[in-house]
Design a protein. Structure first.
Length: 146
């Protein structure tokens, strides 16, 4: 008989431990806001929102979403200017309707991702992740009623 033995634990506990450890690190990095960011979110006027760069270029940068239509892209006239080749000049638009925000991809080359899935358009929810190029944002909406 030719039996091969796996040098690691045969029940897969090592793999599961590593997976859980990695997921915990990612969750802890993305869930923690600095005190300054927490204060900025708490101070948001009713009907406004904030994008915080969590990973990628300009980590920690904040973008106030305080208009009904916000352009996102590499074009210098964009409301949210992202200076990186992974971002299209006119990459996406964020719109506000009745206090809710949604993102729409503008046929960008690298796409727009929401919670890890590529989207054409979607409603943004508090604490969700939005990725545009190398930029990973967390979206925060005002807790105040409009």
């Amino acid at each position: 008989m030719n039996q091969q033995q796996n040098p690691s634990n045969s029940n897969g506990d090592d793999v599961e431990s590593t997976r859980n450890f990695a997921e915990d690190i990612v969750a802890s990095e993305s869930d923690q806001l600095s005190e300054e960011d927490q204060a900025a979110v708490a101070a948001l006027p009713a009907g406004n929102a904030l994008l915080v760069v969590r990973r990628g270029p300009n980590k920690g940068a904040r973008f106030l979403l305080d208009a009904d239509l916000i352009t996102v892209g590499r074009h210098p006239n964009s409301d949210v200017f992202l200076d990186d080749v992974t971002v299209s000049r006119r990459h996406a638009e964020i719109s506000r309707t009745s206090g809710e925000f949604s993102v729409k991809d503008l046929d960008s080359l690298n796409g727009t991702y929401y919670q890890g899935a590529r989207v054409e358009s979607t409603l943004l929810t508090n604490g969700s992740e939005l990725q545009i190029g190398k930029y990973h944002f967390t979206f925060y909406s005002s807790a105040r009623n409009a």
